[in-house]
Design a protein around this ligand. Structure first.
Ligand SMILES: [Zn+2]
Length: 280
């Protein structure tokens, strides 16, 4: 059985604890060290979506080409996603849509359009529950598998989609479930702040000013709550795409950004992990 990175960390801290307890006798340290190690892992998984401590996480792709990856989370949304797709087509840009499974089930035709137009469908869990991070590895697995299976049926492909946990949250249990499935986990290097900003121009300018080749940008075309929408992207995206064009940067899929060569069709399984390629 191969252990995931989080389990190795926990086992190491347990071994140190047992060793020190054997040598120095049981003490506050004996209990404090494993508890502290676990607490540190939980804090890291919650506050640092880009962290690869718990699990190898892609936050940036190849930097030797003038390419970036725009990513859209929480859709598909029947009011927003079609317009986003129109804008991307107008600029000949490709993107990755980390969809919520229950939304994709309701709006399957939109998922098919995303795939048909050369974009990539990524797995963003089935429910997008904020409590998912506190569930067991089995609980994470159910969420991962259900959305993954639907994406595979929409794309008619057996390739395992990239995975982005809800809110980018990680836990040792999430890492265990991802490890068992050999998932490629993706975070981002630039958060567009489109979920809390009010000025679409500020969102677009903020991204265009910071972006460099290889960057992965987080945006939202959907909302995790039913019947709520995130329309700001409709005004921000054309400005952003225009800004990328002026800077000579092309948006490709996350898998395209991380591959040796840009594939004609998205190839999620071929994604290379920039932060660490050891699938421990
Ligand atoms: Zn989300």
């Amino acid at each position: 059985m191969s252990l995931c990175r989080a389990d190795k960390f926990l086992l190491a801290s347990a071994a140190v604890t047992v060793g020190s307890a054997a040598v120095f006798g049981p003490s506050a340290w004996s209990l404090g060290v494993p508890f502290g190690a676990h607490a540190l892992l939980m804090v890291d998984g919650i506050f640092r979506p880009e962290s690869a401590v718990l699990y190898p996480t892609l936050i940036r792709g190849r930097t030797d080409q003038p390419q970036v990856a725009l990513t859209f989370d929480d859709g598909p949304d029947p009011e927003i996603t079609p317009a986003v797709l129109d804008m991307l087509a107008e600029y000949d840009a490709r993107a990755t849509f980390f969809v919520i499974g229950r939304h994709l089930e309701k709006h399957r035709a939109l998922g098919e359009r995303i795939h048909r137009e050369g974009h990539e469908l990524g797995n963003h869990s089935w429910q997008h529950s904020y409590l998912l991070n506190f569930s067991s590895a089995a609980g994470h697995g159910v969420e991962m598998d259900r959305c993954s299976q639907l994406i595979k049926s929409v794309t008619e492909s057996e390739r395992e989609p990239l995975y982005r946990p809800p809110v980018g949250l990680k836990s040792p249990a999430m890492a265990r479930a991802a490890h068992q499935r050999n998932l490629n986990v993706v975070a981002w290097s630039i958060h567009s702040r489109d979920t809390f900003a009010r000025d679409p121009r500020a969102v677009a300018n903020g991204v265009v000013r910071r972006i460099r080749p290889g960057d992965i940008v987080l945006m939202h075309d959907g909302h995790d709550r039913d019947n709520r929408h995130r329309p700001l992207i409709l005004e921000a995206l054309p400005l952003l795409l225009q800004g990328l064009r002026e800077r000579g940067l092309k948006s490709v899929t996350v898998s395209g950004l991380s591959n040796e060569t840009q594939p004609a069709t998205p190839a999620p399984n071929d994604a290379r992990l920039a932060s660490d390629d050891a699938r421990s």
